[in-house]
Design a protein around this ligand. Structure first.
Ligand SMILES: Nc1ncnc2c1ncn2[C@@H]1O[C@H](COP(=O)(O)OP(=O)(O)O)[C@@H](O)[C@H]1O
Ligand SMILES: [Mg+2]
Length: 319
């Protein structure tokens, strides 16, 4: 459904007399299959929105190629536009209009006839559970309700693929869970969904496949399970104060059962081991030998954050 090769985009911004160039997207290769929920996971500034805006024909790439729903992005952007839906991060509803009015207007803008536009609005209101307040002004909606209107607007013309930029950012946990259900429903209906997120749990729970993005590049791609499996073994996190941390690192570095060791910025160590259950007693014994007290010790299976950490040297949770 989407195939990109070497997609690039830089921005030039001027601060006073100096011009600065930001390489927002530095060669992105992606393949997204039909009917999947594909996620772009990365911290703020990674280049997710810029990539999405290029794929949605809103800004022109500096280089590279893409085919979207069978249409060539460079040669036939108009065709791409007809086949996709796009929902911006900021949303697009107007305070003073109702959900029904917005939906009908949007359908009309796509050239859909009046009767059909009203019918589609009714269907969308039902599907997104908006019927109850369809005739109330958008400014009276909750964040989650308003986001549902925005997504309904993005797909009123029944595109084959929809791009959702951070669809759950700013929503409370319950509305987020609700939104996940809505997004899964779109997949059930045969749509391909491309979302961006900086939430690890969202990428893990919702997406069939993800690309992890950092500094304008894709650093890893696969199903969440595949990506986590690449990091074999367990992770043991040891809570230590900032003074004890380097001492503990010295004591544990080079121990046979420690495959890799990282210090945590605010104090503590992250140890990659083959098997947590056998490593923990040895870690405790070693720290006791050198007279260091720890505040906590946790065992966890590799998470997407560990994948991010391995690929970038930073934790996504912390950035
Ligand atoms: N219109 C613009 N002008 C200048 N810099 C921009 C513009 N849009 C984005 N950028 C910069 O490009 C980088 C990527 O931004 P963006 O694609 O919005 O990242 P994300 O969506 O992952 O947070 C950032 O450094 C951002 O400041
Ligand atoms: Mg963004």
């Amino acid at each position: 459904m989407i195939e990109t090769r070497g997609l690039r985009k830089s921005f030039r911004s001027r601060a006073g007399r100096e011009t600065k160039t930001v390489e927002a997207v530095r060669g992105v290769d992606l393949t997204v299959a039909e009917g999947e929920i594909f996620g772009f996971l990365g911290p703020n500034g990674a280049g997710k929105t810029t990539t999405l805006r290029m794929l949605a024909t809103l800004i022109e790439p500096d280089g590279g190629e893409a085919t979207i729903a069978g249409a060539d992005l460079r040669k036939t952007p108009g065709e791409v536009r007809r086949r996709i839906g796009y929902v911006a991060q900021g949303g697009s509803t107007w305070d003073e209009s109702t959900a029904r009015e917005e939906l009908v207007l949007q359908a009309r803008l796509y050239g859909i006839g009046k009767t059909e536009a009203h019918q589609r609005a009714v269907r969308a209101l039902d599907a997104f559970q908006l019927a109850e307040f369809a005739d109330r002004k958008c400014k009276t909606y909750s964040g989650g309700q308003r986001r549902r209107v925005e997504i309904a607007l993005g797909i009123i013309h029944e595109p084959k693929i929809v791009f959702l930029d951070e669809p759950t950012t700013g929503l409370d946990p319950q509305s987020r869970a609700h939104m996940w259900d809505e997004i899964r429903r779109l997949r059930t209906e045969g749509m391909t969904v491309f979302i961006t997120t900086h939430y690890l749990d969202e990428a893990d729970a919702l997406c069939d496949r993800i690309a992890i993005m950092d500094h304008g590049q894709v650093v890893a791609e696969g199903t969440p399970t595949e990506l986590k499996r690449e990091i074999s073994g367990d992770v043991v996190q040891v809570g230590l104060d900032v003074v004890a941390t380097p001492q503990a690192a010295k004591a544990l570095d080079g121990e046979a059962y420690v495959r890799k060791l990282e210090t945590v910025d605010e104090g503590g160590l992250r140890l990659y081991v083959d098997e947590g259950a056998t490593a923990i007693p040895q870690i405790l014994r070693r720290l006791d030998q050198v007279g260091l007290a720890l505040s906590s010790i946790e065992l966890h299976r590799p998470s997407l954050d560990d994948v991010f950490l391995t690929k970038t040297g930073r934790s996504l949770r912390e950035s």
